[in-house]
Write a protein that binds this ligand. Structure first.
Ligand SMILES: NC(=O)c1ccc[n+]([C@@H]2O[C@H](COP(=O)([O-])OP(=O)(O)OC[C@H]3O[C@@H](n4cnc5c(N)ncnc54)[C@H](OP(=O)(O)O)[C@@H]3O)[C@@H](O)[C@H]2O)c1
Length: 301
């Protein structure tokens, strides 16, 4: 059986919709009753060991979606509990959605690298999908004021933003291929790591960033005529976020993301996405234009 966790979220949900109706695939969620249609769902909460014991029973391949909203110790405890429980349940191959290698300066990089290390040291075969930052994230961060100005503290920095839908497409494909064809001969649980090492994608780290690096000006242009970009300061952004009711851990997350973009560390394109998709990936400016058009966003739109 192949399980995808986090299907109540944007990435896991998109993966679950792609795998809907496929034999031998199940979904995991803290709220299985709300899981996307088309897959049987089990309750999986990394904070609740009993749900992992029961939920991972019979799973051969696990597509582990990171649960990254929290302080580092919280996220590490969640991911550690999930990998421990998967190993105990005899999961043979874990595919983990991590963070692009270019993101090592980001405030939330550490739990991803910790999880990668835990997988390398573990018993199951592993595949690491190092996801770039989503174009969809930029769409959420950019909201124009009454004068059609979007203020972001990114300076003239650029981000090789990637379509979350395409990351979902790749994750679904890699997990299915790693799992093997339904009905293929089973591999003894005790032999998991050795057997997994023969599986497609085992021991591979894929860098999945977008083909175009965009900055604040391109984000504004994607919103429509009349919207313009005004670079802001990190200090102002921190103050605004703290006053907005954001959770304490979210403030450095968002400020640190903008700072890393501004400093030019996330602009690199290339990587493994075209090969895994089998086509040229979507350009971030197009993804944003479509998102904003769909949302009816943009001044004068
Ligand atoms: N690359 C990027 O730009 C970017 C941006 C934001 C986040 N991320 C990371 O990528 C992950 C997936 O992105 P996303 O867009 O799908 O985020 P999302 O929409 O916020 O969904 C995150 C999902 O993580 C799952 N989760 C949270 N706490 C959990 C727990 N205790 N146990 C099990 N699952 C838990 C939940 O799934 P259920 O509701 O089904 O339980 C939740 O819906 C995020 O969790 C975060 O680590 C990456």
């Amino acid at each position: 059986m192949l399980m995808v966790t986090g299907v109540g979220g944007g990435l896991g949900g998109a993966i679950a919709r792609r795998l809907a109706g496929r034999e031998g695939v199940i979904a995991g969620s803290r709220r299985p009753e709300d899981a996307p249609a088309g897959l049987p769902a089990r309750r999986i909460d990394f904070d609740d060991p009993a749900s992992l014991r029961e939920g991972f029973a019979g799973v051969g391949t696990l597509l582990l979606i990171s649960a990254g909203y929290g302080e580092d110790d919280t996220v590490i405890a969640r991911h550690g509990a999930a990998v421990d429980a998967a190993e105990r349940a005899g999961v043979r191959h874990i595919v983990y959605t991590s963070l692009t290698g270019a993101g090592d300066h980001l405030p939330y990089a550490l739990p991803h690298r910790w999880t990668e290390r835990r997988l390398r040291e573990g018993r199951a075969a592993w595949t690491i999908l190092r996801n770039g930052l989503y174009a969809e994230l930029l769409a959420v961060l950019a909201s124009p004021d009454g004068e059609g100005r979007i203020t972001l503290p990114m300076g003239e920095g650029r981000l090789a933003a990637v379509s979350r839908e395409e990351l979902a497409e790749v994750a679904a494909r890699v997990a299915i291929e790693a799992h093997g064809a339904p009905g293929a001969p089973g591999v003894p649980v005790a032999d998991g790591a050795r057997a997994g090492a023969r599986a497609p994608h085992a021991g591979r780290v894929y860098e999945l960033v977008g083909p175009e690096a965009i900055g604040g000006r391109e984000v504004a242009a994607a919103m429509g005529a009349g919207v313009r970009y005004a670079p802001g300061t990190l200090a102002d952004a921190r103050q605004r976020l703290a006053a907005s009711g954001a959770a304490d851990f979210q403030v450095p997350m968002l400020v640190g993301t903008a700072s890393t973009v501004a400093a030019g560390f996330l602009a690199g394109t290339g990587g493994d996405l075209p090969a895994l998709l089998g086509r040229e990936p979507a350009h971030a400016s197009r993804v944003l234009t479509e998102l904003f058009a769909g949302a009816g966003a943009g001044v004068g739109a």
